[in-house]
Design a protein around this ligand. Structure first.
Ligand code: HEM
Length: 429
């Protein structure tokens, strides 16, 4: 069995934390800002003013809150407000029937057909990126993968067209995202929003092909309402999909490549296992295991917030209605009672024979239920396509000393605090 140690992350004992900070501030999952007890306990209760705040790392409760009793635990008003502030009344900023209506209207953006388009576009975009990276010799994986993911997202969301100025717009977005304080969710999201809006309003979207999903909902006259959706909702969702569609996959591909660069033996094994099948597809099962293990160790969305409309009992303790529930995906994924050696990088945990042992509700990188991620299949189409190509063509090398210095912070996603530097050379050279 392969096991590769990666540095554990340290969290402060709860005594050092100022729980009186306003709830909106709690979205910032800075290093040392969560109770270390959650790595061993199923929950941690804190009081902020009159409100009870429950951090939850119990798989049964997490599943109940997110999946089976969604009506009793709707998306938190804080999470909803943040989504609204950043993008407007799109999927991340709405609840109930309005959210359901939008999901329905945007089904085509996450359909199997769209996933196929994402795969096709990813092949060309990755080949271009690899040539560029080989010339550079050493890259910051976080930045480069974010750029690649943004290119793929724009090309597939706004039409598979190479319009003039697209490369410049992608560069501007990435540069701007790197300049803002990444711990500021709204500021980061606004950068993507400004540039995407520029794209949409500059009239370029009018050149989209007739079968483009955005085209189908916005008519020739501009931001006209589509059946059941206002102009504002269409626009907000274009931004939601552009932002959610690339930040998460970019960082996951970066972590996956970085973890491979730290573990040359595993990289070699995976690279030899990646076969190009007669139908032109790569064998992706092992790459899926790698992605799942990266998502377990570094979930891009480390926490989701829900409001308790009804009480919930966790292991015999009742959390009252009116509490704010922080379902801690990060802590579930690293929990000492749920995973064997939780801080070890071990992609084979997700192989079919061992995956059966994974406790239901303990692995939730895409959250779940009515408000869970809508883009999972699109995300896997992109990530498996990019990483399979990368593995089959290049050798990645990461300095183990960098891993010792690794620190994390959050903004829209869980990020590395500094570069994810990696040497890149042609495989076999
Ligand atoms: C590795 C990739 C991704 C991960 C780990 C991820 C994870 C998540 C998580 C944790 C949420 C919050 C759900 C909640 O509050 O319960 C979310 C929401 C969302 N994601 Fe993803 N996501 C990924 C990729 C994508 C992609 C590629 C798209 C679009 C094509 C997308 C579209 C969305 C949307 C629209 C929402 C908002 C749903 C709502 O609030 O109703 N995501 N995602």
């Amino acid at each position: 069995m392969l096991k590769y140690p990666i540095p554990a992350l340290h969290f402060a004992p709860s005594m050092d934390i100022d729980w009186s900070s306003p709830p909106s501030d709690l979205i910032r999952f800075r290093e040392n800002s969560r109770p270390a007890e959650l790595l061993e306990q199923p929950y941690f209760i804190a009081q902020t003013g009159k409100k009870t705040l429950a951090f939850i790392a119990d798989p049964v409760a997490a599943y109940e809150i997110l999946v089976t009793r969604t009506n009793a635990f709707p998306k938190s008003i804080v999470q909803q407000r943040l989504g609204n502030q950043a993008f407007g009344p799109g999927l991340s900023g709405t609840l109930g029937q309005q959210n359901e209506r939008q999901r329905d209207a945007f089904k085509t953006l996450v359909s199997a057909r769209q996933a196929q388009l994402v795969k096709e576009v990813s092949i060309d975009a990755t080949a271009d990126a690899i040539s560029r990276w080989l010339e550079q010799g050493s890259i910051d994986l976080y930045r480069e993968m974010s750029e690649l993911a943004l290119q793929i997202t724009w090309a597939t969301l706004f039409g598979n067209n190479h319009y003039e100025g697209r490369d410049m717009a992608v560069k501007e977005t990435i540069d701007a995202l790197h300049k803002v304080d990444k711990s500021d969710f709204v500021a980061s999201a606004k950068v993507v929003a400004r540039l995407t809006q520029h794209f949409m309003e500059s009239g370029r979207w009018q050149r989209l092909t007739d079968d483009n999903p955005l085209r189908a909902i916005a008519n020739e006259a501009g931001w006209a309402p589509s059946p059941g959706l206002s102009q504002q909702e269409v626009k907000a969702n274009a931004l939601v999909f552009a932002a959610s569609g690339h930040t998460t996959t970019g960082i996951t591909m970066a972590w996956s490549a970085w973890l491979l660069g730290l573990h040359p033996e595993l990289q070699q094994q995976l690279a030899t296992g990646i076969r190009l099948r007669p139908d032109g597809e790569y064998e992706r099962r092992t790459v899926r295991n790698l992605i799942n293990e990266s998502l377990r160790l570094f979930p891009p969305g480390p926490e989701v917030m829900r409001d308790a409309k009804e009480p919930i009992t966790i292991r015999g303790t009742e959390i009252p209605a009116g509490s704010m529930l922080m379902v801690s995906i990060y802590f579930l994924h690293r929990h000492k009672t749920l995973w064997e050696n939780p801080d070890l990088f071990d992609p084979e945990r997700f192989s079919p024979d061992r995956a059966q042992a994974i406790t239901k509700g303990s692995f939730l990188p895409f959250s779940g239920g009515d408000y869970g991620c809508s883009g999972m299949s699109i995300a896997f189409a992109e990530m498996t396509s990019v990483l399979s190509q990368l593995l089959s063509k290049v050798q990645l090398d990461v300095d183990p000393a960098d891993a010792q210095k690794l620190m994390l912070e959050t903004g829209i996603c869980l990020y590395p605090k500094s570069e994810l530097r990696c040497k890149i050379s042609l495989r076999g050279e």
